[in-house]
Design a protein around this ligand. Structure first.
Ligand code: SF4
Length: 255
């Protein structure tokens, strides 16, 4: 039985051929990592480290977080990391990460929102019969002791979304199903930190909306599992496709 992730389902929706290359043929990606992905990874890693220290009751300063980020960036950096927008440099992205951390630190210090878990694994049994399983990781989980509200926090290093888009976003809504069950929680807030815009945005879901979402995802999984033909679905996202060299369609969007 396949345990699905939100990214696996999204890959199928975005481009069935890419889904096939990645999950069925298991081809080796041409691009190991884009600079956007590397920046996202290093900022996430630094915030994870920061909150782990806070859970250990360590009193950290902004300089500690910047130092951790810079060391980690340097340690794992490879020249093969791809810059899609060739007008920009590695230094530009490195500096962007510093700015994200400075803004986040100033906005959230002294981090007293009662974080209870970092990179929390959540498993969702969509039909309560073990047939449709989904798994994911929550960047940070908070429990407000006074209001008894759980908060799922997600860091975004890319573009911002509208409130309307967030109200329809599936990923954190799916994770909230797992958190409701795991903690017997009745109120779960979905919270995004759009780091490039220094903006925090919140959305909520009703039980009816979550039931409907579960059914949508079950239908999608059924569709994925009954698919035998995987057409290419070219779009501007082809520029970032790590399987471009295997795909004829990529040329239309990469010149
Ligand atoms: S290059 Fe575009 S069309 Fe081809 S597999 Fe990747 S996303 Fe799909």
């Amino acid at each position: 039985m396949t345990i699905y992730s939100h990214s696996r389902i999204s890959a199928f929706e975005q481009c069935p051929l890419k889904f096939k290359f990645r999950y069925i043929d298991k081809l080796t990606p041409e691009i190991e990592c884009t600079i956007e992905a590397y920046l996202g990874e290093k900022v996430h890693e630094t915030l994870e480290w920061l909150y782990l220290k806070i859970l250990e009751k360590r009193n950290l300063q902004l300089e500690d977080a910047i130092e951790y980020y810079a060391k980690s960036w340097k340690r794992d950096f490879k020249e093969e990391i791809k810059i899609v927008n060739t007008n920009l440099t590695f230094e530009y992205y490195f500096d962007k990460g510093i700015k994200f951390l400075i803004d986040y630190f100033i906005k959230n210090y002294p981090f007293l929102d009662n974080t209870i878990a970092i990179e929390h694994q959540v498993t969702i049994d969509l039909n309560n019969d073990g047939k449709y399983m989904l798994q994911g990781y929550i960047d940070r989980l908070v429990h407000n002791n006074e209001s008894n509200i759980f908060e799922i926090h997600d860091y975004k290093t890319g573009s911002i979304k509208t409130q309307e888009e967030l109200n329809k976003d599936r990923q954190l809504a799916l994770y909230s199903i797992g958190i409701r069950k795991e903690f017997n929680a009745s109120d779960v807030h979905l919270i995004w930190h759009f780091l490039d815009f220094n903006q925090k945005m919140i959305s909520k879901r009703t039980e009816e909306q979550l039931e409907s979402l579960k059914q949508d995802i079950i239908n999608l999984i059924n569709k994925i599992e009954s698919t035998t033909i995987y057409p290419a679905s070219p779009s501007p996202l082809c520029k970032w496709c790590e399987f471009g060299k295997y795909c004829e369609q990529t040329k239309a969007f990469t010149n």
